[in-house]
Each structure stands twice: as structure tokens, then as C-alpha cells.
Ligand binder design. Structure first.
Ligand SMILES: [Zn+2]
Length: 53
């Protein structure tokens, strides 16, 4: 699962593929993939995403 964020309003949405439109503001082509940080940063590195809702 990847996370996408709207550049216009900042709404985030999870999905397998990039949304065409933002469900919050209706903007098109404004959804960008939120890069997941890998390796380092103090995480446990196992992918459990501790602390994430
Ligand atoms: Zn938006």
C-alpha cells in the first residue's frame, strides 16, 4: 500500500495506484506519492510502521 498526498490541500489517501483526482478538493493531477523512508531514522526497519495509525 502506498500513500498519496494532495499537493493542493494536503489530503492524504492510501491506495495501490495513484488517484486521478483528489477526493477532498477535487483537483486533478495533484496527487503525489508520499515517499516512504527506508533505512535509518530510528525506525525498527521491519516494516511494522510503529506509531503509524
Ligand atoms: Zn486536494
Amino acid at each position: 500500500m502506498a500513500e498519496f498526498v494532495c499537493e493542493k490541500c494536503g489530503a492524504s489517501k492510501e491506495g495501490r495506484c495513484k488517484p486521478k483526482k483528489c477526493a477532498a478538493c477535487g483537483g486533478e493531477s495533484c496527487m503525489v506519492k508520499k515517499e516512504e523512508k527506508k533505512g535509518g531514522g530510528g525506525g525498527c526497519g521491519c516494516g511494522c510502521k510503529a506509531g503509524k495509525k
